[in-house]
Design a protein around this ligand. Structure first.
Ligand code: ADP
Length: 163
């Protein structure tokens, strides 16, 4: 069984992330989409909220598992017996950081390969922070995120406005 992990912040998950996931499930028997807990980031959505959105957005996928982890990605990958780490590459701007991470992870554990997948070009400009920004200002994000995320963003916005 070929297992891959797809790590990220997913604050929130977008159609760009889902595009990468759809490509990854064609290449692997199981893909674990997993939230990397990062104490230095202060996400808009709690870990529990992000997990719920991941579960809801991926419930049609049979070979996808949703999880979260703390610590070194390579340790987590090893604990899941994963053969690969999947990352999305949108543009040259992603490349330098991603190359650095991939080479460092290889140094830490040569057995785990990083695989880069390119999304459909319509998602190359899309990222979670742009989605959060559009939503914060009341813009329509329905083209960029699954319906469950659109509803969660709307709920957050209302809470912020009333609170
Ligand atoms: P991180 O905080 O680790 O960058 P993200 O949640 O932003 O986590 O993204 C996780 C992964 O998904 C990264 O590899 C990122 O490059 C990729 N990704 C994010 N948005 C897109 C997109 N629109 N198209 C393709 N890949 C994407």
């Amino acid at each position: 069984m070929r297992i891959a992990i797809y790590p990220g912040t997913f604050d929130p998950i977008t159609n760009g992330h889902l595009d990468i996931l759809d490509r990854a499930v064609k290449l692997f028997d199981k893909v674990i989409i997993t939230i990397a807990r990062n104490p230095s980031k202060s996400p808009l959505f709690s870990e529990e909220e992000r997990l719920d959105m991941l579960r809801e957005a991926t419930k049609g996928h049979r070979n996808v598992e949703v999880d979260s982890f703390e610590g070194l990605l390579v340790d987590y990958a090893r604990s899941k017996q994963a053969a690969a780490i999947v990352r999305g590459l949108r543009a040259i701007s992603d490349f330098e950081y991603e190359l650095q991470m991939a080479l460092m992870n290889r140094k830490l554990d040569a057995a785990v390969e990083t695989v880069f997948l390119m999304p459909n070009e319509k998602y190359t400009y899309l990222n979670s922070s742009i989605v959060r920004e559009i939503s914060r200002h009341g813009g329509d994000v329905s083209e960029f995120v699954p319906p469950t995320v659109r509803r969660s963003l709307e709920r957050k916005r209302r809470m912020k406005l009333s609170g």
